[in-house]
Design a protein around this ligand. Structure first.
Ligand SMILES: CCCCCCCCCCCCCCCC(=O)SCCNC(=O)CCNC(=O)[C@H](O)C(C)(C)COP(=O)(O)OP(=O)(O)OC[C@H]1O[C@@H](n2cnc3c(N)ncnc32)[C@H](O)[C@@H]1OP(=O)(O)O
Length: 223
């Protein structure tokens, strides 16, 4: 992986914001479709009829599409966007609808409601989903959008099951040493008691710009 894998895109910020909003509304509807598919008890004929309609909608969307994944893009105005990201991709219905808030340097939090699509043990959040959400928020905590960080090592302790429903995730930088940043985080259910605790080592890759005054880097940092 290199910095060149991040795509410089000429689309203006206004146009990116406009398009993001339009497709994000579709993303919400597709999340609803996923939930409905899991929980529906309508009869088989109705399922087959719905399937035909969904297949027709997929064909309409595929009439014009990217050759591969959405990637991470940025424009000359400093706006960056990663619409396909598995956790925060605005166009990705597999991503839970969470919004990460950066409280200040070295900390971040997110609230999200996890429904039937994120189930592992009965009525509980899947352990891999907890790890997925923690990884993203911890990576963003380490980065603070001021530097590129990648997950090196992630260690999780599942203290008890997390019921599906409202979940809060919080992360903070515990220490830093050169290109290595240690982040601590937890995930908690509605009672606020941590159900999963995490420690992660995030690494600024050797190929990434570390000087925040670097022009290439500055474009990302503002995103
Ligand atoms: C730019 C635009 C973006 C927008 C602005 C940014 C936004 C940003 C938001 C981020 C939010 C992402 C949240 C999801 C994050 C993922 O999901 S990232 C995907 C999962 N992770 C990966 O794929 C990483 C794969 N591994 C690698 O690419 C490389 O091994 C790494 C981790 C970059 C390290 O490579 P490297 O830089 O060549 O490291 P290297 O020089 O060998 O080692 C440096 C030090 O780290 C240690 N180290 C290396 N690897 C490890 C390891 N895995 N574990 C522990 N220690 C290690 C070494 O021992 C060494 O230690 P010292 O000897 O200095 O004490």
């Amino acid at each position: 992986m290199t910095m060149e894998m991040f795509i410089l895109d000429e689309t203006s910020t206004g146009e990116v914001d406009r398009r993001e909003k339009v497709v994000a509304a579709l993303t919400d509807s597709v999340r609803d479709l996923v939930d409905a598919t899991i929980r529906s008890t309508v009869d088989d004929d109705e399922i087959l009829a719905v399937r035909e309609e969904v297949d027709a909608l997929v064909s309409r969307l595929r009439a014009a599409q990217l050759a591969g994944p959405a990637g991470v893009r940025y424009n000359a105005e400093g706006r960056s966007w990663n619409w396909g990201n598995a956790v925060v991709g605005q166009h990705n219905a597999l991503a839970p609808p969470l919004e990460i808030v950066h409280d200040g340097p070295g900390s971040a939090r997110a609230d999200v409601v996890l429904g039937a699509a994120y189930e592992g043990p009965p009525g509980m959040v899947h352990g891999g989903v907890a790890a997925l959400l923690l990884d993203q928020i911890m990576g963003e905590t380490a980065s603070g959008f001021k530097r590129l960080t990648m997950t090196g090592t992630l260690s999780l302790r599942y203290r008890r099951g997390t019921p599906l429903g409202p979940v809060r995730i919080e992360g903070r930088i515990a220490s830093e040493s050169g290109r290595k940043i240690t982040v601590q985080a937890h995930l908690a259910g509605p009672d606020g008691e941590p159900t999963v605790e995490a420690t992660g080592l995030f690494i600024i890759p050797s190929w990434a710009p570390v000087d925040e005054s670097d022009r290439t880097w500055a474009r990302f940092a503002e995103g």
